[in-house]
Design a protein around this ligand. Structure first.
Ligand code: ADP
Ligand code: MP5
Length: 269
């Protein structure tokens, strides 16, 4: 890349995490680490740290639309990633914006934080199913989100295929079911209903996993923005998040963040 050539552009549409481990902050750090130009549409502001979410404030739909238009109409995007969308109104507005954008969309249907704090109203679930999932190139639910959205409870890696079929029925092109909350190896299943890829990584016995899902979804968006196929982008993103979890560090008194900069720091003296 010459000095004048711009890097690929990736947009996150998500909530702010004041603690810097998840949400928009995790997304932008991931994008920097993976060499793309990161941009953000903030949907909600959370007061959050290693102990949980102490408060959350949604932005008006008008503010979300305006941020999105500012970015897409002038700068342009090669991939979009969504995270915390908070309400049915915001889910529907974002789904509509994405459907009018010519770029792949990675939808992380964030429901609840690691600490159990709600990041999406229960009344928004139906909009996620019927409006947001149908415009996703890849949806990346964790097991709690799969249960909330489809009623399928995954108890072992054998159930992942059934969960994937239930999510695909809502219309995303691909689904990545994240088995991170199961015991044993960290096994995820990627499928479009025809092709299937099992992604397996050793489980790191590290409690500092704040932001894993946001980091993985952003890394996938970075790969797609570079023109990689979905299986290629997901494979590279899984490697990146596994390294970030291995390097997760303690901050505050609770669950610390994954290290978004692990690959950059490797060569830092
Ligand atoms: N302790 C761990 N060691 C290695 N990989 C993990 C660990 N916990 C989660 N993962 C992986 O991190 C990614 C994010 O998954 P998960 O933590 O389930 O998402 P979420 O943050 O949405 O709950 C997945 O690829 C999952 O397999
Ligand atoms: C603003 C925001 N977005 C997403 C998450 C989910 O991250 P995690 O599942 O690691 O708590 C979060 N805690 N905060």
């Amino acid at each position: 890349m010459s000095a004048l050539e711009a890097p690929p552009r990736v947009l996150t549409v998500a909530g702010s995490d004041s603690g810097g481990g998840a949400g928009v902050q995790a997304d932008l750090k991931t994008m920097l680490a993976l060499g793309v130009h990161g941009m953000s549409v903030i949907t909600a502001v959370t007061a959050q740290n290693s102990l949980g979410v102490q408060g959350a404030w949604e932005l008006p739909v008008e503010a979300v639309r305006a941020q999105y238009r500012s970015v897409v109409d002038d700068i342009g995007v090669q991939a979009v990633k969504t995270g915390m969308l908070s309400s049915a109104e915001l889910v529907e507005a974002v789904a509509e914006l994405i459907s009018g954008t010519d770029a792949p969309a990675v939808v992380d249907p964030v429901g609840v934080s690691k600490h159990g704090d709600p990041l999406l109203a229960a009344s928004a679930l139906d909009s996620v199913r019927t409006k947001l999932l149908p415009v996703a190139t890849v949806a990346t639910p964790n097991l709690d989100e799969v249960a909330q959205l489809t009623g399928v409870r995954v108890r072992s890696a054998d159930d992942l295929r059934r969960a994937a079929a239930a999510v695909l029925a809502f219309g995303p092109r691909w689904v990545l079911i994240k088995g991170g909350h199961l015991a044993g190896d960290a096994v995820d299943l990627l499928t479009d209903g025809a092709e299937e890829l099992v992604l397996r990584a050793p489980r790191h016995d590290n409690r500092h996993t704040h932001g894993t899902g946001c980091t993985l979804a952003s890394a996938i968006a970075c790969g797609l923005a570079r023109g990689r196929s979905v299986p290629e982008a997901v494979t590279a993103a899984k490697e990146y998040v596994t390294g970030a979890i291995a390097a997760g560090f303690a901050l505050g008194a609770g669950i610390g963040p994954v290290d978004h900069g692990w690959a950059l720091r490797r060569d830092t003296p």
